[in-house]
Design a protein around this ligand. Structure first.
Ligand code: C5P
Length: 305
């Protein structure tokens, strides 16, 4: 039986500027994405029907990930088949490492990985441009999961412009037991800004300069997330997690995307190990660490009939 396995990374937002609601109901964004070394894997195998199963180690609870045709990997397979006007089945297996509903675009990674895996399995010759366009139909963060690296996101997040940056960064990630719903966080953001006119979202100059110079301390000070206040309103306990990370000497602390995962920027790998160990000892968690930027979705294994 033929199969294709694709690995796709989690994303973080080094800055997330949120503007007014657009006529399509989405918020205008100006964000800097970075892909980090936490990956989900999707394997696509020959089958008559489209199906999906979701697996994870004991650390992750995947009970809330749907296994019907609302699953983003299934939607990706159906969208690709429709785009090429073919009728194909596929058995999809998702091996999850990225926190579920954690603000790190785990679902988007699965959608991007499924697109690439099915295109390979079905030998459809889909161009990168077509894949990115289909990815945008699946969700605002899905195109970035294909592209990876460090990139600017505009529009509703789906317009991705790669950024050339120097060097590597190390991040400590603190997950939460329970995920947060992205629409709920955006609703809270709207409630917080009701009555005030939001301007066009901008990319912070200091952040762009810190990236150009690979200045970790400057980058840590420039990290920003317009959704953080909304996420903290829904999960006040995250403020303590952020404070503990700063006490453990992290250069910067922020909520990842719509949360509830929290991110801590470190000097390098050994500093990340130190901060992660300190946070674990304080009883927050689960805690992990990962480098960024890493590449976008790519094929990691292929078997032929
Ligand atoms: O595009 P995606 O499916 O990831 O978006 C999930 C939800 O997050 C949307 O339905 C919307 O409520 C909110 N969202 C938004 N503005 C964006 C991106 C997402 O309001 N730019």
């Amino acid at each position: 039986m033929s199969s294709v396995t694709v690995s796709a990374p989690a994303k973080i937002n080094l800055s997330l500027g949120v503007g007014p609601v657009r006529s399509d109901g989405f918020h205008a964004l100006a964000t800097v994405y970075q892909a980090v070394g936490l990956h989900d894997e999707v394997t696509a195998r020959d089958a008559d029907e489209v199906s999906v199963r979701v697996r994870a180690g004991s650390r992750l609870d995947v009970a809330d990930v749907p296994t019907d045709d609302t699953n983003i990997a299934v939607r990706a397979a159906l969208l690709l088949a429709e785009h090429h006007r073919v009728q194909r089945g596929v058995e999809l297996t998702i091996d999850k490492t990225i926190p579920v509903a954690g603000g790190m675009a785990g679902g988007s990674a699965d959608g991007a990985a499924a697109l690439l895996a099915c295109a390979g399995l079905w030998r459809l010759d889909t161009s990168v441009e077509e894949l990115v366009e289909l990815a945008a139909e699946l969700g605002s963060d899905v195109p970035f999961a294909l592209v990876g690296g460090t990139a600017i996101g505009s529009g509703r997040g789906e317009v991705v412009t790669p950024l050339m940056t120097r060097g590597e960064y190390w991040w400590v990630v603190v997950e939460s037991e329970r995920g947060l719903s992205t629409p709920a966080v955006y609703r809270e953001f709207d409630a917080l800004h009701a009555g005030s006119a939001l301007g066009v979202p901008q990319l912070p100059d200091e952040l762009m300069a810190a990236l150009r110079g690979h200045d970790v301390a400057e980058l840590g000070a420039a990290l920003s997330n317009d959704l953080q206040a909304a996420a903290l309103r829904l999960r006040p306990e995250l403020a303590t997690v952020l404070e503990l990370g700063r006490l453990e000497s992290a250069h910067g602390a922020l909520v990842s995307g719509s949360g509830p995962s929290c991110l801590f920027l470190c000097e390098g790998r050994s500093h990340a190990v130190l901060v992660a160990t300190g946070l674990s000892a304080r009883g927050v968690g689960p805690v992990s660490y990962a480098p960024g930027p890493v590449h976008g979705a790519r094929v990691t294994a292929r078997t032929e009939d």
